[in-house]
Design a protein around this ligand. Structure first.
Ligand code: ARG
Length: 526
């Protein structure tokens, strides 16, 4: 990366870390530093005198209050575009998606799936060995309640029921539990039975998993997501006793009203075992973390889970430290999705079902890609949903506004797909793009070229900040720079055709790689 390369040369020459930036207006060069303004010991003039000869620099200038501006030779920029990134040989495990059995795949899990998959892809691009795990919610007290509900109100033939049916009777359980005070008690009993291996409980539970996985698989197929391992919470059942022993042996566990808990200095306690002897979400996550560390020996453990679980992960990570686990851990907490007009009308009441969102997106996509086939419409619809999710910082809540999501001009997935398609149709008309720079670069060519060289550093930044929006924003700025260039200069049939064709080809390449990293399908024509 040119920026890094230059920063290293300057650090050697000046004896201090050097921060370089791309000036918004490249009249001031391609890279600039305010080093002379921060470090007053030496004047900008002296500093420039200390720089060794760099043959890929066109000029070095001093401007304003002491900014030092560097202009890079176009040939260097051209080379930089195809430069491969140095691969990182490390392992990470990422926990993402993790929907709950017997509940619909909701919009919260959609965010986790999109962001998690994008982070996975970014790390993989940088060379990391990546392990994706789907920590399905298939265990816990709620399954006791669900079993009670199924026994009371379920269909004779459980296999015929859908996730929606299961959700309905689960909701009914809670309604009736308000007056029938014994129901909750039964629920807890049935979960205890399930944990103790009761045959009937296990059979019902198993069926619920099958029903749900069938639906989840459909969602993953639509989203084009494949998660390496599906290891739900139940997978850790036989690892619980050892985990609990370990926590006790380290002296971390105390009794509280019949339950076993872990106390922390600055946080509320976490529950290890409930008073009726059943295990908890917390303890399962402890066993899970240990399992992942032992099985994959990762350098980094990532959890892409809603910000409502912030405290939970703080407790889990703090406890892991107390157990002597040194692996770096991160909770990439995502905010909520809100709808512009307050709520999203849905046939099934409270929860927003992903299917309905996709259907609505397809309806919108048909308006902008009317003659296209189903496959394309789906790619545009899903690309639009994903992009609106990924172009926001995960931490922030996002406001879902169909007009913006589907806009062809704005900051949207369709806009990127449209620009990619534009590049591809230009390329169809050009015989042989070449990187022989044609005469002096005009402003738009230069701007585009500078934008294109940033690809690798943007991927690094997005990965380091666990924020795919860094890449999403960058792709938008490539598209804008290309469209400015396209609006102002003819390409096909000009003497500069091959050179401008090459710029077009590189734009298409970067957009395609970037969109693919975000899990969005590039579409050929729109
Ligand atoms: N199934 C959980 C939920 O929907 C998310 C699980 C996240 N992963 C974890 N290791 N706890 O809330």
């Amino acid at each position: 990366m040119i920026k890094k390369e230059l920063a290293e040369i300057l650090k050697k020459a000046w004896g201090n870390d050097v921060f370089l930036d791309y000036p918004v207006n490249n009249q001031f060069g391609d890279l600039a530093t305010n080093f002379a303004i921060i470090h007053k010991e030496k004047s900008a003039n002296d500093l420039v005198g200390l720089i060794p000869k760099i043959d890929w620099l066109e000029k070095i200038e001093i401007a304003g209050a002491g900014f030092i501006n560097f202009t890079i030779k176009p040939a260097k920029l051209v080379d930089e575009i195809d430069r491969e990134i140095d691969k990182i040989n490390k392992t990470m495990v990422i926990d993402y998606s993790a929907p709950n059995i017997a509940k619909p795949f909701g919009i919260g899990h959609l965010r986790s799936t999109n962001i998690g998959q994008a982070i996975y892809n970014l790390y993989q691009y940088l060379g990391w060995n990546c392990v994706g795990v789907n920590h399905l919610g298939d265990w816990g007290t709620q399954f006791g309640k669900l079993i009670v509900a199924i026994k009371k109100w379920g269909d004779k033939n459980l296999a015929e029921m859908t996730v929606e049916d299961l959700e309905k009777i689960y909701v009914r359980f809670h309604q009736e539990a308000e007056t029938d005070l014994e129901l909750e008690e039964h629920g807890r009993d049935w979960f205890a039975k399930l944990e103790n291996g009761d045959a009937e409980a296990r059979e019902i539970w198993q069926k619920c998993i099958e029903i749900s996985l069938k639906e989840f698989d459909k969602v993953y197929e639509k989203l084009g997501v494949k998660i390496d391992y599906a290891l739900g919470e139940s997978f850790y059942t036989d690892k619980m006793p050892a985990m609990i022993e370990e926590l006790k042996n380290k002296g971390l566990v105390t009794e509280s009203q019949g339950a076993k808990i872990i106390e922390f200095e600055k946080m509320p306690p976490a529950m290890v075992i409930k008073s009726n002897g059943t295990t908890t979400y917390f303890t399962r996550d402890m066993a899970t973390l240990k399992y992942r560390v032992e099985r994959w020996q990762p350098d980094l453990l990532i959890y892409e889970v809603g910000s409502d679980q912030e405290l939970h992960f703080k407790q889990v990570f703090a406890t892991a430290k107390k157990l002597g686990i040194e692996t770096e851990t991160v909770h990439v907490a995502h905010g909520m999705i809100r709808w512009k007009d307050g709520k999203f009308s849905t046939r099934s009441g409270k929860t927003i079902h992903l299917d309905e969102v996709i259907e609505k997106a397809k309806e919108e996509a048909r308006k902008i890609a009317p003659e296209n086939n189903e496959e394309k419409i789906e790619a545009v619809a899903i690309g639009a949903i994903k992009f609106s999710d990924l172009s926001a910082d995960p931490k922030k809540d996002i406001i879902f506004d169909w007009e913006k999501v589907m806009s062809m001009e704005g900051s949207s997935g369709p806009y990127l797909q449209y620009t990619y398609a534009r590049c591809m149709s230009v390329l169809e008309k050009i015989k042989e793009p070449t990187n022989n720079i044609f005469s002096d670069l005009n402003l738009e060519e230069k701007n585009l070229l500078i934008e294109l060289i940033k690809f690798n550093e943007k991927v690094v930044e997005a990965a380091e900040r666990f924020n795919p929006a860094v890449l999403a924003e960058y792709l938008l700025s490539i598209a804008r720079k290309y469209n400015e260039f396209y609006a102002k200069h003819r390409i096909v049939g000009e003497a500069s055709e091959q050179w401008r064709g090459w710029l077009t080809q590189k734009t298409a390449e970067k957009l395609k790689t970037g969109l693919t990293l975000l899990g969005i399908k590039p579409v050929l024509e729109m």
